[in-house]
Design a protein around this ligand. Structure first.
Ligand code: MSP
Length: 525
């Protein structure tokens, strides 16, 4: 069921120096939702995620835990990062680890290729480095330390002291790409989204680019520089290349041609790596630049970026064990405008769970299936003549499907959910106005009752299809309860761009009992 249009989308690859928190989960479920939508639209979709396993941060975390770096990453990846995908019901197509031979070999080939093309030279370097960011810092990114770090220069993101590094390094001639990058941003205006992120990068590049140190010689936990074994490749260069090595760069030209270029979704803290350094590296190698980079905002706790190092990290399982994975996905993707920061609070999560999921969508599904069961012995009745109100619902469904698809094209998952939610609200209002329970008491209204319940069941069919990329678990339960697998086939095979049509669920489908999709949770907060 593929249209041939390639849609390759990636998450950043995560540092497995520590356990995942809800910020990592946020990026991952957003990408998974976009990938599921495109897959269901028939696009030739590929979703990649993975782990970024080299560098100093990893070495230090391992030694602090009495392990070798390899033992440490193997343990964290198998015990924490793989299971996260199950916890959040993520349907990734591949998972790349930067310690895999398939990656290491291809990284060497890439770096050798840009060396051969004259974009790398050896030089001396002295600058302040943040191990948390794995990045040299410029003046504007350095602030004065507070508390235990008073009197020291600290990283503006991590609030931890910087280290003065002085080494012989290899440099990438990033400064040569300033004009080409500015041309890219102007000829492909949506290369960087949202607009605010684009503006920030454009003004950063206009201010001038410095060459980039791309090797380190004081430790060995990395991929060796092919022409100088005393250096390892800078962890960010190694990491960015995962997007290409995972889809066959330099090893499988057919696969690479099929998938590449990619869309990258990243947190705004790592936008410059993706929107400046990465396209410049690709230009240097003569490889096509990505299709686009979308920067999302941060989850804030107490007004600050949530992070493990600041002890504000919340594990995704703390949420999924109480509310389920669908609620996790729905909450973060609908409550935060994609591209902006959002504050997380347990109160907001419980309130939205109750009002939007339990009372809104869940209740609509339970009421409709229960009424078809009670009044039509569990068989979806045929619709009779449609009234204005029924046609109004059909229009809401049609418009919601079209607008949601165009919001997804713009990566605005939150807007897509908003449009789809118009169907939930319209149908709940329609039930209140049409009072099927009253129609059921009057034998002469039998046909009208059938039309009303058909309208509700068919509206739910559209909701199951449109919401399945966001909430794969509850929509599958609803799909089964509507008897749709027997008449329409698997939920994930329903073409999402046709979901706004009408009359798709056949009358005669047999509806079965539906346990509450979003059961009441004990108040723990
Ligand atoms: N390893 C690098 C990425 C290399 S990609 C070639 C890295 N890893 S990370 O584990 O620190 O972060 C990965 C992603 O998680 C980033 O997109 C980052 O923005 C996101 N988040 C980390 N904390 C976050 C929040 N508090 N809120 C939202 N996203 C956050 O950077």
């Amino acid at each position: 069921m593929t249209s041939g249009r390639s849609f390759y989308i990636t998450t950043p690859i995560y540092y497995p120096s520590d356990v995942p928190h809800i910020g990592h989960g946020y990026t991952t479920v957003a990408v998974d939702t976009l990938a599921r939508w495109h897959r269901q639209a028939g696009d030739d979709t590929w979703m990649l995620t993975g782990t970024d396993e080299h560098g100093q941060k990893m070495m230090r975390a391992a030694s602090a835990n009495g392990s070798t770096p390899q033992e440490w990453v193997d343990k964290l990846v198998s015990q924490e990062w793989f299971p996260l995908l199950n916890t959040l019901d993520v349907a990734n197509d591949d998972f790349i680890r930067t310690t895999q031979p398939r990656h290491e070999e291809r990284v060497k080939q890439f770096v050798q290729a840009i060396y051969d093309r004259g974009y790398i030279y050896a030089g001396e370097f002295e600058a302040l480095y943040c191990v948390g960011c794995e990045e040299f810092k410029t003046e504007s990114e350095i602030v004065d330390g507070e508390g235990p770090f008073e009197g020291l220069k600290v990283c503006a993101i991590h609030s931890k002291p910087l280290e003065l590094l002085q080494e012989k390094n290899y440099f990438f001639k990033l400064s040569e790409f300033q004009d080409k990058l500015l041309e890219l941003y102007s000829t492909v205006p949506d290369f960087i989204r949202p607009e605010s992120a684009r503006n920030e990068v454009v003004s950063f590049v206009k201010n001038g680019l410095k060459d980039l140190s791309i090797s380190r010689s004081t430790f060995d936990w990395g991929i060796t520089v092919p022409w100088d074994e005393s250096h390892v490749i800078y962890v960010w260069v190694d990491a960015l290349l995962n997007y290409a090595t995972a889809v066959g760069y330099s090893s499988d030209p057919a696969e690479f041609a099929r998938r590449w270029p990619a869309y990258h979704v990243v947190g705004k803290d790592i936008l410059r790596f993706h929107a400046v350094i990465w396209p410049a590296m690709l230009m240097a190698a003569g490889v096509e630049v990505p299709r686009g980079v979308f920067a999302h905002g941060w989850l804030l706790v107490g007004g600050e970026k949530m992070s493990k190092s600041k002890l504000t990290g919340i594990a995704p399982t703390e949420i999924t064990e109480v509310f389920g994975s669908d609620a996790y996905r729905f909450y973060f993707l609908s409550a935060i405008a994609f591209g902006q920061d959002g504050s997380f609070s347990w109160e907001d999560l419980s309130a939205r769970y109750q009002s939007e999921l339990a009372n809104g969508f869940g209740n609509l599904a339970s009421r409709t299936t229960a009424m078809v069961d009670r009044y039509f012995e569990g068989v979806v009745p045929p619709a009779g003549a449609y009234s204005e109100a029924d046609l109004g619902i059909q229009k809401v469904v049609r418009d919601a499907a079209t607008m949601a698809d165009s919001a997804i094209e713009r990566f605005r998952i939150d807007e897509a959910i908003d449009h789809i939610w118009a169907i939930v609200e319209a149908l709940n209002g329609y039930i209140t106005e049409n009072e099927p329970w009253a129609l059921a008491k009057d034998e002469t209204q039998r046909e009208r009752l059938g039309t009303v319940l058909y309208t509700c069941a068919e509206g739910l069919r559209a909701l199951a299809v449109l919401l399945s990329p966001v909430m794969p678990v509850s929509t599958e339960k609803l799909w089964v309860a509507l008897g749709a697998p027997e008449t329409l086939g698997r939920l994930q095979d329903q073409p999402i761009r046709d979901a706004g049509g009408w009359g798709i669920l056949p009358a005669g489908s047999s509806v079965s009992a539906l346990a509450p999709l979003f059961p009441r949770v004990e108040q723990t907060v």
